[in-house]
Design a protein around this ligand. Structure first.
Ligand code: ZN
Ligand code: ZN
Length: 281
């Protein structure tokens, strides 16, 4: 454990109960005393359901949440997370949940960030007109352990029923929209407290974060020594030419700029010819 953090107060910038998974991991690993402040409204930085558009990217948004929470609570240590959802950049089909965690220490002028990508997400949305479709959709969305949202259509922000967690409310909300408009748009509620799948990804991001915080720069011993870039070019096992696979990871220190390059991060010195552009064009 790094003594720089032990015994200090740390504010968790969330209003969606992320402290449930963040606090145990961070407190145990850093020895801090964490807390949340009910006054912090993280929705002002953007909502998944579209009422408030997010104006910054997820890293900048998480950083802003930290700063706002620090200011509100007069605390010099903060952590915040921000999620984004979409199609996976490497895998053609399927959705992914990307969680960014930012840890800010104003006393020591440190910012440590990690990113966690997971395919374990129920992200979905569909126009629905019958109760049978509603039932099929809700099953796929892992309802009722995972909450749902119903609205008039995918872009309507006026009439939105969020955080639906039981069949009674689901059916009543559905009937309301069907009577009024003939159809409705049902989607998964991605807010952390309503989405256990997402909570799990945030928890594993927290583990990644504390591992990074607890890794010190070999030269100046500042916490947060981690991977800052990856170099492609792992040679093909058949022809020896460079492939798009990772050859090495570069670690660098944000304070003294010491760099370390670690080759063959996946314990693989060659790539299979099937991933080679020359052998398998
Ligand atoms: Zn250093
Ligand atoms: Zn090859």
């Amino acid at each position: 454990m790094i003594s720089m953090f032990a015994g200090r107060r740390l504010v968790i910038a969330t209003k969606h109960k992320k402290e449930k998974v963040l606090a145990p991991v961070i407190e145990k690993s850093l020895g801090v005393r964490s807390f949340v402040d009910e006054r912090l409204d993280t929705d002002s930085f953007g909502t998944f359901s579209g009422e408030i558009e997010r104006t910054h990217d997820s890293l900048a948004t998480a950083r802003l949440k930290c700063l706002k929470a620090m200011e509100l609570t007069n605390c010099d240590l903060a952590v915040a997370s921000e999620g984004s959802f979409g199609t996976h950049p490497m895998i053609f089909f399927g959705c992914a949940d990307e969680e960014i965690l930012v840890f800010l220490d104003r006393k020591n002028n440190l910012e440590i960030t990690v990113q966690k990508l997971s395919l374990e997400t129920n992200l979905n949305g569909a126009e629905i007109t019958t109760e049978k479709e509603l039932f099929t959709f809700s099953k796929r969305a892992q309802f009722p352990s995972h909450a749902l949202i119903i609205r008039r259509n995918s872009h309507d922000g006026k009439e939105v029923i969020k955080g639906i967690t039981n069949y009674e409310t689901l059916r009543a909300s559905f009937c309301y929209f069907i009577k009024k408009y003939g159809s409705c748009y049902v989607e998964t509620d991605m807010r952390a407290m309503h989405n256990p799948s997402r909570m799990k990804v945030i928890e594993s991001a927290a583990c990644k974060l504390v591992a990074k915080i607890n890794t010190q720069c070999p030269k100046c011993h500042i916490p947060g020594f981690g991977i800052t870039s990856a170099k492609k070019g792992l040679p093909c096992g058949n022809c020896g030419l460079k492939t798009k696979s990772i050859l090495s990871h570069v670690y660098s220190c944000q304070k003294c700029f010491f760099k370390k390059e670690e080759f063959y991060p996946d314990d693989k010195k060659n790539e299979e010819p099937q991933f080679c552009d020359f052998c398998n064009p």
